[in-house]
Design a protein around this ligand. Structure first.
Ligand SMILES: NC(=O)c1ccc[n+]([C@@H]2O[C@H](COP(=O)([O-])OP(=O)(O)OC[C@H]3O[C@@H](n4cnc5c(N)ncnc54)[C@H](OP(=O)(O)O)[C@@H]3O)[C@@H](O)[C@H]2O)c1
Length: 265
């Protein structure tokens, strides 16, 4: 089958299209595609056939399986086709797509969850890999849907995600586990909660509703998440020292440095 080299109305195959983000992306690209194939391990159209036939091949499998899938499918994707992924980490998948395929390559990371999420006003990071046409096509599709495209270097992306997804989830989980350790029942804590604290409890609840593998991957498969979490621990130790020694001046300085940071945009 000939490849639509201009991506005028491409055939789009989403490996992982039966999952959460793959389905979300399928819905987004259906209006601009000749056809969208939502592929999983058990679908009639196999991932291998998808890689061979499609003009745009999207990898949207769990983070831990991504490199294995790219290694297997990358060599099958046509040179003029676009190979892209939606993985929440970017350095290793982008490297693998460039190494194992000769196709056009773009790494993408949707900065949102899938539940009830409309595209308008969302952000998506794009890491250019190889070729122009595929990148231009994807950028146009996203921007027309009202998604803000953030072009970024993959290493810098992973470093920042080490904070935004790493430290963020690390601290939410730690707060939840600290409440468990406190020995007070949830009901009692809830009855004494301020509105602001209720919002933090809601965040912990929504985290626990999702599969642990998601957070496990964000914390363990992004090498920068560990480094950022260690930095976070150092910060906590500093704060604890200041509080233990009742150093009010140093405490004020913490606020001052935070204020300077927040006003630095
Ligand atoms: N969910 C989010 O909110 C979100 C946000 C941003 C980015 N992402 C990224 O999106 C990607 C997918 O996450 P998800 O949450 O959509 O996961 P998910 O709901 O678990 O879906 C994973 C999909 O991958 C397929 N799959 C698993 N192993 C496979 C293999 N070896 N070969 C082919 N297909 C395979 C599964 O299909 P079968 O089980 O049918 O085989 C399923 O369709 C991840 O890289 C994640 O970082 C997700």
């Amino acid at each position: 089958m000939a490849i639509d080299t201009n991506f005028t109305r491409p055939k789009i195959g989403i490996v992982g299209g039966t999952g959460a983000m793959g389905s979300w992306f399928a819905h987004l690209v259906e209006p601009v595609a000749e056809r969208v194939f939502r592929v999983g391990r058990g679908t009639d159209l196999t991932p291998v056939e998808t890689a061979r036939r499609c003009d745009v091949v999207v990898i949207s499998v769990p983070i831990a399986d991504t490199i294995k899938v790219i290694r297997e499918l990358g060599p099958l994707v046509s040179e003029n086709a676009l190979l892209m992924d939606l993985t929440s980490v970017k350095e290793k998948p982008l490297k693998a797509m460039l190494q194992y395929s000769c196709a056009q390559v773009v790494g993408a990371h949707p900065l949102f969850g899938t539940e009830g999420t409309s595209a308008k006003g969302q952000r998506m990071v794009l890491c250019p890999g190889r070729g122009k046409k595929g990148l231009e096509w994807l950028t146009k599709v996203l921007e027309r849907a009202g998604i803000k495209v953030v072009a970024m270097d993959p290493v810098e992306h992973d470093q920042i995600m080490g904070l935004i997804q790493g430290v963020n989830h690390f601290s939410t989980l730690a707060l939840g586990l600290c409440l468990v350790k406190s020995g007070f029942g949830f009901e009692k804590i809830l009855n004494c909660s301020t509105r602001t604290f209720e919002q933090r409890l809601d965040r912990i609840k929504s985290m626990v509703k999702q599969p642990p593998e998601l957070f496990e991957s964000l914390l363990m498969d992004n090498p920068w998440a560990k480094e950022s979490s260690e930095q976070y621990l150092d910060t906590i130790q500093t704060m604890l020292r200041i509080i233990r020694s009742k150093d009010r001046e140093a405490f004020g300085e913490l606020f001052e440095s935070l204020g300077t940071f927040l006003n630095s945009r």
